[in-house]
Design a protein around this ligand. Structure first.
Ligand SMILES: *Cc1c(COP(=O)(O)O)cnc(C)c1O
Length: 376
């Protein structure tokens, strides 16, 4: 039996999501733009998915734009705010040092286009405070982009407080909520963000479908040009089966969340307690302000990638802190940002627990790591 403990990279497809995807593919196969009955059926299935997503996340249906995933949603939100900045003469953007590459690479592209970007450094717990964000905001700040939950260390950011600061300072606020949605409660209107990105495959939905929530009235510029789909905001024939699968996965994830988040947090805390008993092993990120399933530790003197491969040989699938830069032995940028040394940041391991994991898995993970350490 292999142990999959890499649910932050992608999740197992929920049977309910597979079922909804297949049913939409079979029964709502038409093009939603077609006038005939098959088109109408597809259009109705898409409207159902949109309404479900909106009500599950505290948004209005016309604030839901279906995209190809988290990356496209992040790119679209940031580009939309940047276009607004160009039109209003504000070319400064505030973000953080530990955003996902979908945000950081987009910001780098904007820097080449005349924007100035200030990246706020998280504190050593892996939290970016609203006060730190406020200090970075200038007269000409058009956008603030801070993720809701960090993908490597799982720390949860005070996004509501940051949104309030942005509103009072006249800046737009985008949050990459890809790791948060389906795992912790998220209410778009209560949060007060202008843009919120999410992706189905991070909560048991299919790959290649996501959502960008855009507050009614927030500036918007389409990334993809073509047909008039998504009320002219995202061209391309709609992925109706994907949208149906996303909505089904989100509904189930949110219904299961009260019990599942408690179960996972107990597994997480148990695994953290076991691992940090091993001499030299240290927890990365705040112990409580973190996603229920995230365990991230540093093992100084070790290469995270080497540990990932050795654990894989023992049947355990996890990732090194630097999952997005696999292939090189660079220390994790995220861990460097929270003050870890190069050595500590190179020897990091992320176990992201999900629906398949049990107490027994955590015990096996602990024993496997102890075995690896004892062999050398
Ligand atoms: C996975 C992830 C993304 C990218 O989402 P895709 O749907 O894979 O494009 C963006 N941001 C965060 C925080 C993620 O974890």
């Amino acid at each position: 039996m292999r142990i999959y403990a890499d649910h932050a990279a992608t999740t197992v497809l929920r049977p309910a999501a597979l079922d909804a995807t297949r049913r939409a593919a079979e029964n709502a196969f038409g093009n939603p733009s077609s006038l005939h009955t098959a088109g109408e059926r597809a259009s109705a299935a898409l409207a159902d998915a949109r309404a479900a997503v909106a009500s599950l996340l505290g948004a209005a249906p016309d604030e839901v734009i279906f995209t190809s995933g988290g990356t496209e949603s992040d790119n679209t939100a940031i580009r939309s705010a940047a276009e607004h900045g160009k039109a209003t003469g504000r070319r400064h953007i505030v973000s953080t040092e530990f955003e996902h590459p979908a945000v950081l690479r987009t910001l780098e592209a904007l820097e080449k286009d005349g924007f100035t970007v200030s990246l706020v450094r998280p504190d050593e717990r892996g939290i970016v405070s609203a006060a730190a964000v406020e200090t970075a905001i200038r007269e000409d700040t058009v956008l603030v982009s801070v993720m809701l939950a960090q993908n490597e260390i799982g720390t949860i950011q005070p996004a509501g407080e940051i949104a309030a600061v942005c509103r009072s300072r006249g800046a737009l606020f985008h949050t990459d909520a890809v790791q948060a949605v389906g795992h912790i409660p998220v209410d778009f209107h209560a949060l007060g963000a202008d843009y919120l990105a999410l992706s189905a495959h991070k909560f048991g939905g299919p790959r290649g479908i996501g959502v960008l929530l855009v507050r009614d009235g927030a500036p918007y510029t389409p990334l993809l040009l073509g047909g008039g789909q998504e009320t002219g905001r995202r061209a391309g024939t709609e992925n109706v089966p994907g949208a149906a699968g996303l909505a089904a996965a989100l509904g189930e994830a949110i219904r299961e969340m009260p019990a599942e988040s408690v179960r996972l947090a107990a597994l997480r805390d148990g695994l953290i307690a076991r691992l940090t008993e091993i001499p030299g092993v240290m927890l990365n990120g705040d112990a409580t302000m973190r996603l229920p399933g995230n365990v991230n530790v540093s093992v100084p003197g070790w290469s995270g990638e080497n540990l990932v491969l050795r654990l894989d040989a023992l049947g355990i699938e996890c990732s090194s802190g630097s999952a997005c830069c696999s292939g090189d032995e660079q220390p994790s940028r995220v861990l460097r940002a929270i003050g870890r040394t190069d050595d500590e940041a190179r020897g990091s391991l992320r176990f992201s627990l999900g629906c398949t994991n049990t107490e027994e898995d955590c015990s096996v993970i602990d024993s496997a790591l102890r075995l690896i350490f004892s062999e050398t």
